[in-house]
Design a protein around this ligand. Sequence first.
Ligand SMILES: [Zn+2]
Length: 206
Amino acid sequence: MKIKAYSSDLLSSNMYVISENGHAVVIDPFRDITKGEGLTIDLMMVTHEHYDHISGVNAWKEAYNAPLLCSEACAANLGDTVKNQSRHFDVFCELQSWIKQDKPVDTEPDYTCKADMTFNDKTEFEWQGHVFRLYEIPGHSQGSIGIYLDDENFFSGDSLLEGKETELRLPGGSRKQWKELGEPRIKAVPPGTVIFPGHFNSFLKE
Ligand SMILES: [Zn+2]
């Protein structure tokens, strides 16, 4: 199995292409679809509904006919340009200070997309001899999830970034949900798990 990370032109968000036996699962697809060349794309997942993590859903769906799986709360926000942040993403890029943008970002203020499959709380499934386990971890956004792959790898979206406080103040963010459910589930990720975050490099959970 291979896990390849690609950094996007939208606040350097990470897209992950996980491949095995000529098949692939894509997490947080962005607009450049060439990274999927030669692989059968079985499934897309998004770690949450924010524009920098969903910008390629429609392009990948069109190119590879791959269905999208996310939480029900995420699915409910994918079609809302305020909650998915596409409407104001250019302003957000200007205001944020944690990632250096060299050039203005090409955004799509009316971007929406749709889920094909959803879950509540948690779900798991097998894929090419591997096991995915998905958990809702609300706080950064209503639709945030964490994705375990074979218990050794954890795709954390924006809920766990190395050396950064989890951002809870964006529209749809909730300190209450974070304290009640999101944070306990992040804390429960075992030490030594490889974290594949929504931005920046992979690291080991302490
Ligand atoms: Zn986000």
